[in-house]
Design a protein around this ligand. Sequence first.
Ligand code: 3H9
Length: 726
Amino acid sequence: MNSLVQLTREGAVGVITIHNPPVNALSPGVPEGILACVEAIVADGKLRAAVLIGSGRTFIAGADIKEFGKITSGERTRGVGLNPILEQIENAAKPVVAAIHGTAFGGGLEVAMACHYRVAVAGAQVGQPEVKLGLIPGAGGTQRLPRLVGSAKAAELCAFGEPISAQVAFDLGLVDCIADGDLLRNTRKTELPAANLSPVFLRDLVARQAPFALLSGAVAFAMTLAAPRRTSGLTAKLAEFDRDSLTKKVTQKLRGRQAPLRAIDAVAAAARMSFEEGLAEEARLFQECLYSDESKSLIHAFFGEREVSKVPGIAGKSDFAVRKAAIIGAGTMGGGITMNYVNAGIPVLLKETTQEALDKGMATIRRNYESTVAKGRLSREEAERRLALITPALSYDGFEDADIVVEAVFEGLDLKKKIFTEIDAVARPGAILASNTSTLSIDEIASATKRPQDVIGHHYFSPANVMRLLEIVRGKASSPEVIGASLAIGKKLGKVAVVVGNCRGFVGNRMFHPYRREAQFLVEEGASIPEVDEVLYEFGMAMGPLSVGDLAGLDVGWRIRKEFKHLEKPGIRQPLVEDQLCEMGRFGQKTRAGWYQYDEQRNRLPDKAVEALVRQAARDAGIERRNVSREEILDRCIYGLVNEGARILEEGIALRSVDIDIIYLNGYGFPAHRGGPMFYADTVGLDKVYARICEFERAHGELWTPAPLLKRLALEGKRFADFQPE
Ligand code: 3H9
């Protein structure tokens, strides 16, 4: 009983309500408040049972994640810990029922399992997602969950962290009753198969001569209970499980992660040890995870994803509604962007210049949906409904009532400017005019219109219907309303939208340039092509830098390099081979040849001819080949990213270092457990990163001049995370 937790009475049931918006996290005071209420109910002779419920949108979404950083940084000493409190709740003399809506995640589910029974609404979700934060359940989850659902299932739930629905939880024995309607007070009768009822509950029902009818609200449910049933005392479902096969699955799916393996260790301990010993083992493993870089990185990513939507000077919420979108270009990007809109239920007018291109684009979209249907991830009806939202078009007819126009044609400034002049003539006043350019200046594009304030970049990443990242490129004239509306549209489309400034390549591609450049230099200097890819893959990147070029199409960069050739500083070293590959028609996977060869199933095979081409090019350029260490491969590629990221930050192209991290985690396959390039550099220590970059500068010259911001922060002993723009 405190301001966070309150006790009220519903007849003979004490109702404990948590008020800790927005998600009723277990912040300091919440567990203590719950315990105080339970104690008051036990002491009150008029009350028979307790119901624990969350106010607002959810039950309890878990421990307060902000607290972990305070503990590891030493800002806060660890409190009493949740376990002793949960033990006292579990040992209460009267039944305690958790009433679950929204989510019972992490510590929230652990609280619910320390209660004696669980009632949930059908829409609720429960789970132990701690591994997604690089942690394991730390308040008995790895010990109580196997007692309720069995060791094998518990290990899977704790290792992957995926939530389950109330119905699945009910089938597994984790939830005792699904409430039909109002969670607390519903009195509608519902039928449940007796086999799913707990023995105590069933006995109680039999005693009432109503074995198949019950009152499903939590209060009514609590009234039927004869006695507490303590999860820690259940042992029937504890058993050894196939650890090897689960470990194999985890190492494949969650490459490089440690926490899922520790979660399996902790659940396995439940079958071997007493409840108390198991809790101690869980606590030991939890501590190990809590102080890991993996956990710090994943927590940084969790908050970062939410932070990027908060842009200074841009109002939090926009009421801009997109009732209809118009998209120009039905190629790979335009098609993917169209799918994003129709997936969100927004009708799209999709324009092309020829019937042939339009038919081809529509056929690709249809094929994509069919493949999702074939995989069982979408119903046929839903796929047809989404396809029906697309109106193919060969003219601008109908553009006048679109709320947003997205241009997604080939990268070419003249072409884009021509299109924007045309859009300007047809779009309604106030419509957003967005370009999907990946490199060109938004200001240049906006200059082709009479309304530069409405022009903005919406840079999607390929495949646009899959990749979560959306770079919102603000031009110098883009209005705050258009930026705010773009953030809201990104959210509606299920994207992680990050606002960036206007420069060549914006944030993501500008940094990717030195990253891929170094990969190519390393190959010229003596590393093998597969070795460079392998080092970055082992670091955790979704793909190595040369393979990624083959996937995206080497011709894309080739075309851009031609367009920008006049901007290159003479005398600066350029990669030697990629343009040659393109001249040979080796564009990557789509031509089944690039840095590698590809068979019909697109399996990657090394190509001796390309290695020979590299050696020849290096010889012609007078580059002396040598043994390149794996450490050098990693540092040159990753610090190439970091050094450019530091410049981007200093120039204000990215608002905060976390914005850069979120871009890399969601658009470039950077491993989440390393937190993003800037966080990774902070983890290594900027003094060390700076020293290594100085080494590279001595060896390779001005391409490696340390960014002034990096130098300054390194010398001041600070991190990128400490940087505040002036
Ligand atoms: C744990 O429990 C360890 C235990 O084993 C105990 C060990 C002793 N804490 O996501 P949203 C904030 S580990 C603090 O935008 P949605 C979030 O930052 C934890 N804050 O809403 C945001 O703040 P803001 C295990 C939290 O509806 C606001 O709430 N639990 C927490 O899209 C709204 O969040 C998890 O990992 C938290 N636990 O999604 C669950 N959760 O408005 C993590 C959220 O200032 N949370 N916030 O930006 C989630 O998965 C989603 O937030 C949830 C809601 C599905 C709950």
